[in-house]
Design a protein around this ligand. Structure first.
Ligand code: H79
Length: 686
């Protein structure tokens, strides 16, 4: 009796301890992280909802009908005027169950809704502001209704929460045009306190929240320290929650991935784009609009087709990411009919083919001409799902480089699972398809194989540059060590008597290199080809009377791209030692135009790397070599050019609008690896 009660006591204690695992920042093991991320990785597909006061003007202000959730800023609406939308927000047709059912019907597993967008309006009953739904005629806690509906349908409720806030008096900075709201007396730390109190509400009263999706983190006031603190604060409130990378400050613009060394939360957030390749070891989610706007825009009928959306979903899954597809409901509380139509059509595809999306991992193939691939590890086999976008007329589906032993193939949507014939060709596996394509948007063909997939990728052809002036060294690489690479230099297909690659080689004339992996003198991979062109270097000049440094003209003004300098007033001019903005006078809204010469010691092809925040354009001689114009943060673009010995004119036109600013030019050449262009070789003529 005694031992029993001690045991019982221990049991109770341990289960008690389990339910109250305290969150300790930074102590998560890989296994713990994997288990926290599991539902999200399996889900693959979620719904984004952008809803708020901006649904009332529906994108229209004055002359323009092209606004949406940014309308307060894009139309420069004074705060008092914008606040009046609160009296008009009365979405009487809102029905949480219906919204959640539409998401569920589409096959989505989670919903991320704007608890607060940049305008600062809160869709829940917040004690910490009057600027919330309880101040509207609607007076219903939308988040409560939605979270209850989600719970019923087993959909994860998630919040989008903007760090940037154009309404709260303590948020800084103000918009440049907002002359009626001074910054006097504002205290950003107070604002951070407000945000935390609100997040506590959002994470205390609405059950388990799947994801916290921050945004609007790019203004200078938000720092990496605020970001890590906020991350741990949120995890402290709900330890299992998943938080996007926009909590921190290292996001690489719209590509959305966090730069190395910066704190990146739990997943990357490409916006309106899909990464070109998979990103092994990184969790990421592409968010995208169905038409052109996030918030409701009455005239925007430019909806992506169902086929496009389905293929985007497959593309994303094949690269190991999630798809967060947006809906912008009307001020009445309805999804646009075009969105409903697409959600239902996607849903009917998912009913039949969802197995090829949920719980899958990225494609083992780098590229498939006719579509995409996802995969699922089974006990002793792997199930490959081929997403066929272009049903081959030949009725033969060619899978290049697959070296695995096959088990069987069939069409996922075929209830009979009729077995398809598999044959082995020289460097591919061929699946015989029926003549009727089962789904013109994306037909799924399943192939079960023994063990993990073995794939012979086409060799990689690499050289320092794509063009050359006298000679170029070429190397060929492969991903396994079973095969030999055979190659040709004249564009012909390598065969069993072509040269075997045994180390890098040099070409001195234009050549098309083609390379294939061979095992036992049989080709087993696809063939890769690349043309390297011999070019004539641009002649260098001799210029007398040069002095060191670059001439520059400095301008002030607000632009979204490099301005046309004709007719602009030069604010200041002089000589700068390099392209580094050292001579700027303010941090935002300025432009510098640098001109001079670069001294080339050795003839050859040079690669330039231009990094700027915001836009810049690099000209060498008469050539516009790199156009990196427009608004963005510090990202890099490259360009290559053949240069003869001597002087070449060089010019960079740069502008900065808002946020951080920087400019850097690096290069690599025939005699040296990548380095910053040093001041010593930059010159100008008086
Ligand atoms: O909520 C939707 C949009 O309202 C919001 N994000 C999606 C999910 C959004 N805010 N801004 N933008 C989209 C575009 C803004 C891009 C820029 Fe930047 C901000 C350009 C310069 C500052 C982000 C940070 C991209 C580059 C640096």
């Amino acid at each position: 009796m005694k031992t029993k009660s001690v045991l019982l006591c221990l049991l109770m204690l341990s289960s008690f301890a389990c339910q109250n695992v305290e969150y300790v920042p930074g102590e998560e093991t890989t296994a713990e992280r994997d288990s926290r991320m599991e539902w999200w990785r399996d889900a693959r597909f979620g719904m984004f909802i952008h809803w708020g006061l901006y649904a009332v003007p529906a994108g229209e202000w004055g002359e323009s009908k092209n606004h949406a959730e940014w309308i307060r800023t894009t139309a420069q609406i004074p705060l008092d005027t914008y606040d009046q939308f609160i009296d008009e927000f009365n979405p009487v047709k809102f029905d949480a169950d219906q919204w959640v059912k539409l998401a569920k019907e589409a096959g989505m597993k989670y919903i991320v809704i704007t608890s607060k967008h940049h305008d600062g309006f809160c869709l829940w009953d917040s004690k910490h502001t009057e600027f919330d739904v309880m101040s509207t005629p609607f007076k219903r806690d939308i988040m409560e209704e939605l979270s209850e509906a989600c719970e019923k349908e087993d959909i994860k409720m998630c919040w989008y929460h903007s760090i940037m806030d154009w309404h709260h008096p303590d948020y800084l900075p103000r918009r440049a045009w907002e002359k009626d709201r001074t910054e006097e007396g504002s205290d950003f730390d107070n604002y951070v306190g407000y945000m935390k109190k609100q997040l506590k509400e959002l994470l205390s009263h609405y059950g388990d929240i799947g994801v916290l999706w921050f945004d609007g983190e790019w203004e200078k006031t938000w720092t990496g320290n605020y970001g890590t603190d906020l991350y741990h604060y949120v995890r402290g409130l709900q330890p299992d929650i998943i938080i996007n990378n926009r909590v921190g400050v290292g996001r690489s613009g719209m590509a959305g991935l966090t730069e190395s060394g910066e704190f990146g939360g739990d997943f990357g957030t490409p916006e309106q784009q899909i990464p070109a390749t998979g990103l092994p070891g990184t969790d990421w989610e592409t968010c995208m609009t169905m038409n052109k706007h996030w918030g409701y825009n009455r005239v925007d009928k430019d909806f992506k087709s169902t086929k496009d959306l389905l293929q985007k979903l497959a593309d994303i899954a094949s690269k190991g990411g999630n798809f967060l597809l947006n809906v912008g409901p009307t001020a009445e509380g309805l999804f646009p009919q075009e969105s409903i139509d697409r959600l239902k059509a996607i849903g009917s595809w998912m009913d039949k083919n969802g197995e090829s999306i949920y719980g899958t991992t990225a494609s083992p193939f780098k590229h498939l001409e006719w579509g995409r691939c996802t995969q699922k590890a089974m006990e002793e086999s792997t199930r490959l799902y081929f997403h066929v976008f272009d049903w081959p007329e030949s009725q033969k589906l060619r899978i290049p480089g697959l070296g695995s032993e096959t088990i069987r193939a069939f069409i996922l949507a075929d209830p009979q699972q009729y077995e398809l014939k598999i044959t082995k060709e020289r460097d591919a596996i061929i699946i015989d398809l029926p003549d009727n394509c089962p789904d013109p948007d994306n037909a799924i063909v399943i192939l079960d194989i023994v063990g993990d997939p073995v794939i012979y990728e086409a060799p990689k052809i690499a050289a320092r540059t794509n063009t050359f002036t006298s000679e170029l060294q070429i190397s060929l690489n492969k991903t396994e060590d079973i095969s030999d690479i055979r190659y040709t230099r004249d564009g012909s297909l390598p065969n069993e008597s072509s040269q075997i690659y045994n180390g890098s080689f040099t070409i001195t004339e234009t050549a098309i290199i083609s390379a294939t992996c061979f095992v036992n003198n049989r080709p087993i991979s696809a063939t890769s080809s690349y043309k390297y062109e011999k070019v004539t270097p641009l002649p260098g000049r001799t210029v007398i009377g040069l002095k060191s440094g670059l001439k520059y003209n400095y301008y002030e003004g607000e632009w979204d791209k490099v301005p046309d300098y004709n007719g602009l007033t030069i604010k200041k001019q002089g000589v700068a030692d390099n392209f580094n903005l050292a001579t700027k006078e303010i941090e935002e809204n300025f432009s510098i135009d640098y001109q001079g010469f670069i001294d080339i010691e050795f003839e050859g092809v040079y690669t330039f790397y231009l990094t700027s925040d915001d836009g810049s354009i690099l000209y060498i001689g008469e050539t516009e070599l790199i156009n990196h114009d427009g608004l963005h943060n510090a990202t890099e673009l490259t360009g290559e050019i053949p240069l003869g010995k001597g002087l070449h004119s060089i010019r960079i036109s740069f502008f900065e609008k808002s946020g951080g600013n920087m400019l850097e030019l690096a290069w690599s050449g025939p005699q040296f690896d990548r380095q910053v262009v040093k001041s010593g070789i930059l010159q100008h003529l008086n």
